[in-house]
Ligand binder design. Sequence first.
Ligand code: G3P
Ligand code: MG
Length: 244
Amino acid sequence: MQSWPYPRIFSHRLGGTLAPENTLTGLRRAYKIGARAVECDVKLSADGVLFLLHDDTLERTTSGKGPAGALSMAELRLLDCGIKHHRAYRGEVLPTLAELAEFCVAHGVAVNLEIKPNPGQDEETGRQVALQAKALWRDAAIQPLLSSFSPAALRAARQAVPELPRGYLVEGIPLDYLSELGQCAAATLHADHSGLTQEAVQKLHNQGFRVMAYTVNEPLRARKLLSWGVDMLCTDRPDLLLTL
Ligand code: G3P
Ligand code: MG
C-alpha cells in the first residue's frame, strides 16, 4: 500500500468531549492538547454554504428548531450552538467549512470531512464538499480525507474531485463492502470499532484498503485496535488517546 499521510488519532466532531461538538472552541482545545487530526460533520445551508453540524435538525445542539437545511447561513449564524452543552459556552456560533479550513491549514491539522447531506441532497453535498475542500485546502500539507455513510455522496465527490481521498463509512462491515468501496474508489473503510476484528483488518489491508475505527474512547481498546494495524482511530477522548 502507498504511504499514508494521516495521523492515527482523530478528534471526533472537532473537540470530542472537550467542548461543544463541531465548534471552533472544540477545535482549538483539541489542538492545544496536541491533536493534529480532527473529524467533523459537513452539510449545506439553504443558500449553499457548507457548515458544520451533525444532526439533520437543530434542536439537540443549538438554540434553533427544525431542519438545519431550511435556514440560510445568515440565519444559522444567529443560533447558539454552545448553550445546550453548557452555559459556559453561550455565544458559540455554527462554524463554516471556510473557517475550519483557515485554522487547520494555518496550524497543520489534518481533517476528515464527513459529508452529512440533508435528506435528498446527497449528490449536491458530496459535490460541493469535494469542490470547496479542494479550493480551501489548496495550500495544505495534507489534503482532507472525505467520508460518508452515503455512497451517492461519495460517488459525487469522486466525480467532482477524483484526487481527494475518500472513506466509506459503515457501522458493521456489509457483505457488499468491496463493491461500494470500488464504486466510489475509496481508500479507506471507516467502521464502528465494536464490530471490528483482527481478521477483518488484515483482510482489508490485504485488499489494499486503510481502516479507520470509530468512536474509540477507551485506551485499552485503542491499544488493541492499533496492535491489529488499524490505521486511524476517531475518538471523543483525545485527552486520553493522544498520550498512547
Ligand atoms: O466518522 C466517524 C463518526 O463521526 C461517524 O459517526 O454519527 O459521529 O458522525 P457520527
Ligand atoms: Mg461524523
